[in-house]
Design a protein around this ligand. Structure first.
Ligand code: FES
Ligand SMILES: [Fe+2]
Length: 478
């Protein structure tokens, strides 16, 4: 047990208010479930055959984050989103519904819309000028008299844009290429209800950037779903947070972990002194002024909790609805396969992982910053930026104005292993990954992938072999 955990439990005075929709507490923690010890093979990260199976059994069957609802403010507002070989149009209709369609012209298959976002009354294919209404119905065939197929009339139903299964949750429009999938809310399961305490619809998107990385998408998921790497890879972070030996839960096909904030990691010998870095992070990230804080650097989270509880009835922030862990620490939730919410009451980062269309050696890491903007305060404008592979994005520059340079550097460190992991796991000498208990989310993730691929799991509404989306996994006999 991490030192901070014993200390939190001993100080907990059951002052957590009766939250309206609380997230389940992590502490006291449940044991890490035993789901096996087998090595994870390297081939799954570079094999084109494995990539094709993932496409067939996972990407086209599970729920993914598409676009932010607020990015489609008006009738006709649209945004394009790409996943693998597919491109989709999300558009707000006259009836205010947001619909999704495959971005494919029904004439000869051209990409219909080549602009990333905007507002349209109709979509016109640039090749021969066929048109579709924003509800996906066919508006015009150019020169229909040339088509003998249409001699008896244009088959409008057949020629509509191909619709996509969509649903809204958390201010996001999600999509599923499988029309027979279980509803999104059921898919998100118990962990979805935990996160509803944040009222995500009230968060505003202030930045969206895409990093193309030279590694398989699963290396990117794995890179963020354990904190075992903090001490070696992020030496700064252990100065103001604890990721060493943290609570982890596997819930159905999803998972979560808790990184402790406002403390100093037990991997450091000196945990009391308020060094300049510790002061900076306390002031900038947690809003506690150094002049008002006399305690130990490892106890800052108590001060955070104290002032947030003191103001909880007098703020636009959702403190009242949250348990103490949510107020002082950082929730990290991943919905299978590719949506991560790292969450605090004031702000959050969403990570979305996407495979490359054809190359298992590349992926896209989409990085979103959302905040609860104080009412009446103007929101910063943002432009979606894409950092191409090999362009060596300078993260400090990419996140200037939104992230402290210390945290931009953390992201740079996380991205730095993508290519080297991709190269290393291809080696004939590589025997497979050995994962420790602090990496159990990775083991669970890869096992879940295997279960979808083998057909053991399905999220089709009518399937008998339905994947669990709720329920704490305690142990799986191996
Ligand atoms: S390919 Fe689109 S109108 Fe011909
Ligand atoms: Fe990291």
């Amino acid at each position: 047990m991490a030192r901070i955990e014993a200390e939190i439990l001993s100080r907990r005075q059951d002052q957590t208010p009766a939250a309206e929709r609380p997230a389940a507490l992590f502490l006291p923690r449940k044991p890490i479930p035993n789901i096996g010890l087998e090595r994870i093979d390297g081939q799954r990260f570079y094999s084109p055959e494995f990539m094709a199976l993932e496409w067939e059994k996972i990407w086209t069957k599970t729920w993914q984050i598409g676009v932010r609802e607020s990015d489609l403010p008006e009738v006709g507002s649209f945004q394009i989103h790409e996943l693998g070989k597919e491109s989709f149009i999300f558009v707000r209709g006259e009836d205010e519904s947001i619909r999704g369609f495959y971005n494919v012209c029904q004439h000869r298959g051209n990409r219909l819309c080549t602009v990333e976002y905007g507002q349209m009354k109709a979509f016109t294919c640039p090749f021969h000028g066929w048109q579709w209404n924003i509800d996906g119905s066919l508006k015009k065939v150019a020169d229909p008299q040339f088509f003998r197929q249409f001699a008896q009339g244009i088959p409008e139903a057949e020629l509509g844009l191909t619709p996509l299964n969509t649903a809204r949750w958390g201010g996001w429009v999600w999509f599923n290429m499988n029309p027979a999938a279980i509803p999104l809310r059921e898919y998100l399961g118990e962990l979805g209800s935990h996160l509803e305490s944040y009222d995500f619809s009230d968060y505003q998107l202030i930045d969206y950037q895409t990093f193309e990385w030279g590694g398989n998408w699963k290396h990117a998921v794995d890179a963020f779903n354990e904190s075992y790497h903090f001490q070696a890879l992020h030496p700064d972070m252990v100065e103001f947070g604890e990721g060493h030996d943290i609570p982890i839960e596997l819930v159905g096909i999803h998972s979560r972990m808790l990184n402790f904030g406002g403390t100093v990691s037990e991997v450091l010998a000196e945990r009391d002194r308020m060094t300049p870095l510790r002061v900076r992070m306390m002031e900038n990230r947690l809003g506690v002024r150094n002049e008002q804080y006399q305690g130990s650097a490892s106890d800052v989270h108590h001060e955070v909790l104290r002032y947030k509880r003191a103001m909880q009835n007098d703020t636009y922030l959702p403190y009242r609805k949250m348990n103490d862990e949510q107020l002082a620490h950082q929730y990290h939730y991943t919905f299978f396969p590719a949506a991560t919410f790292t969450q605090k009451p004031e702000a959050g980062n969403v990570f979305r992982y996407r495979p490359h269309a054809t190359d298992p050696n590349r992926c896209y890491y989409d990085f979103f910053i959302l905040v609860r903007n104080p009412p009446g305060t103007p929101l910063p404008e943002y432009e979606h930026r894409v950092h191409k592979h090999g362009a060596s994005p300078v993260y400090a520059k990419a996140l200037e104005g939104t992230f402290d340079p210390i945290l931009s550097n953390v992201l740079q460190q996380d991205g730095s292993n993508m290519e080297t992991m991709q190269e290393g796991v291809k080696s004939d000498s590589f025997k497979g990954m050995i994962l420790c208990d602090q990496e159990v989310r990775l083991r669970h993730f890869h096992q879940t992938i295997d279960r979808f691929i083998s057909g053991e799991y399905s999220v089709d509404a009518g399937a008998r072999n339905r994947a669990p989306t709720s329920g704490l996994i305690q142990s799986v006999p191996t």
